[in-house]
Design a protein around this ligand. Structure first.
Ligand SMILES: [Zn+2]
Length: 531
């Protein structure tokens, strides 16, 4: 039997960006959009063009994604025409494949918040959908407060949804904006909506205020909805949005859904889910939730004892799905089997051939474990892991050595009476028999050190000309008296390839220096620079 198509809509970059403490840069947004695109998400909502400079810039050019890249915006303001509303114009002009409008669907909000009549709100929905369709865009309408609105005045809530549908909106999305609706209510209400609007035109947008956003999304699908809106790791204001990272494996692996529905995330991409989830945490500079369903580090961890020995004999005894299917791994706190196969899988991925019983593999595993306990994050810093592995397997030349560095930060009053901070770094490098000294000024100690280090590497200089640092993240670990600093540096080369390196030390300059050195060494290895 042919399975029905179910569509996933990600709003990490728009609704997720409403989270306290989350502030995406343009670079962050582009990296996350590319990651979602690669995963197989049907729609990626990038932001609200016209509402802030970053979102305007994001939609200023064609981002060339396979996904339906979507701009978010409000329907035309009450009492205005579509041609006389600058906010709407910015959304209509955005370089997006689709436009997702938000409109009120609770008559109480129309009166109190919008201060207009129910009829004018309906006209605004129709006019806005029509204007976007005329621009050749696919159109979605997010019906804000739909479930609360439906409970108060079902006829009006339905009229809003139908106005968009009749005007040709591809999707009418029912939003549980306050997040207080329960799964059985969602199922009952969506069941009524799909009698008026075909289910394959209906979406669900659930918030997590009763910790049931995932359950509410699944309830809506059971009742007939065919699009789910959510975010990576459930990011979103207050308690978050429906978590796509939990929904995707559920839809793909639980027979009630997997036998009936098909999503665009392939089995192969499903195996990258742990990586996707943790990459978002790294970008946000947040610790990952160890207990997150499916992707958490502890999601498949079993303590020693009868459970562990049973798992070794037959994993299905204590696991609801196989951890590898989402790129996670079984963790038995009694054996290092999982760790060893993980390291072997990594070596295989980066193309280092080694016998699985080679004693150096066990040594590498010990070093990785020790260093991760000390704060290194090799899961995020692929390039540092590769360097460490190549070093331990004796495959990295000693290209150059930094024999000494000095960083000086000075704050003073300049001739114009302004307080200025000047940073200067001096680096002594030995390349073969040559001794080189470089100095550079920077806008901070790490920047100055980076500039000095990369100023003159003698015969290796030509290999690092195209090297750029694209991101720099600092996290303080085990805050307290024993605090250490972890620095993650993301680099890019002339071919557009990205990699991440890590450094850990009680001293932020030292941690940064390690990550900088790894980045340069990795580039030299990658370019096959001669010893
Ligand atoms: Zn929302």
């Amino acid at each position: 039997m042919a399975r029905e198509r179910l569509y996933l809509f990600d709003t990490t970059l728009r609704d997720g960006a409403q989270t306290n403490g989350v502030d995406f840069t343009l670079h962050d947004k582009l990296v996350i959009a590319a990651m979602l695109d690669d995963l197989g998400i049907d729609y990626v909502e990038g932001g609200y063009p016209g509402a802030n400079p970053i979102d305007s810039e994001l939609f200023a050019e064609d981002r060339k994604l396979a996904t339906t890249f979507t701009a978010f915006g409000m329907t035309r303001r009450p009492g205005r025409s579509t041609s006389n509303d600058p906010g709407l114009a910015a959304v209509l002009e955005a370089r997006a494949d689709a436009i997702c409008f938000v409109a009120k669907s609770w008559d109480y909000h129309v009166r109190v918040a919008l201060e207009t009549t129910p009829e004018e709100n309906l006209a605004s929905i129709r006019d806005s959908v029509r204007a976007a369709k005329a621009k050749g865009r696919e159109v979605l309408l997010d019906c804000e407060h739909f479930f609360d609105g439906f409970k108060a005045n079902p006829a009006y809530a339905l009229a809003c949804a139908e106005a968009a549908y009749q005007e040709g909106a591809r999707w009418v999305v029912l939003c549980d904006t306050n997040g207080g609706t329960l799964p059985h209510e969602v199922e009952a209400i969506v069941g009524k909506v799909v009698k008026r609007i075909p289910g394959d035109r209906v979406g669900i947008h659930a918030h997590n205020d009763t910790e049931q956003a995932v359950a509410n999304s699944l309830a809506a699908v059971r009742a007939g909805a065919r699009q789910i809106q959510g975010t990576l790791n459930g990011l979103g204001e207050r308690c978050g949005n429906a978590n796509l990272v939990s929904l995707i494996p559920t839809l793909k692996m639980k027979p009630e859904f997997s036998e009936k529905f098909e999503i665009a995330v392939s089995d192969e991409k499903l195996r990258s889910l742990v990586h996707v989830s943790r990459s978002l945490d790294e970008i946000l500079n947040r610790a990952s939730n160890r207990h997150a369903p499916y992707v958490g580090e502890s999601a498949f961890a079993t303590k020693a004892g009868i459970h562990a020995s049973a798992i070794l004999k037959e994993p299905a005894t204590y696991e609801h799905v196989a951890p590898e299917t989402i790129g996670n791994r079984r963790k038995l706190l009694v054996s290092d089997q999982g760790g060893r196969s993980n390291v072997l899988a990594e070596l295989d991925r980066i193309g280092i051939a080694v016998d699985r019983n080679d004693p150096r593999v066990a040594r590498l595993l010990d070093v990785v474990k020790d260093r991760e306990a000390a704060g290194y994050a090799y899961e995020a810093a692929d390039a540092s892991f590769e360097l460490l592995a190549r070093r331990m397997l004796g495959k990295v030349p000693a290209f150059f050595e930094v024999t000494q560095f000095d960083v000086n930060v000075e704050q003073r009053i300049n001739a114009r009476g302004e307080r200025v901070t000047v940073t200067m770094a001096v680096v002594k490098v030995r390349v073969g028999d040559e001794s080189l000294i470089s100095a550079a000024e920077g806008n901070g100690p790490v920047n100055a050190l980076d500039l000095a280090l990369r100023k003159d590497l003698g015969k290796y200089q030509k290999y690092i000309e195209g090297l750029k640092l694209t991101d720099y993240r600092v996290r303080i670990l085990n805050a307290g008296t024993e605090a250490v600093t972890r620095v993650l540096i993301e680099s890019e080369d002339e071919a557009g390839e990205h990699w991440t390196t890590v450094g850990v030390s009680p001293n932020i300059i030292d941690a940064s220096f390690q990550a900088l050195m790894d980045s340069i060494m990795y580039k030299l290895v990658k370019s096959a620079a001669p010893a």
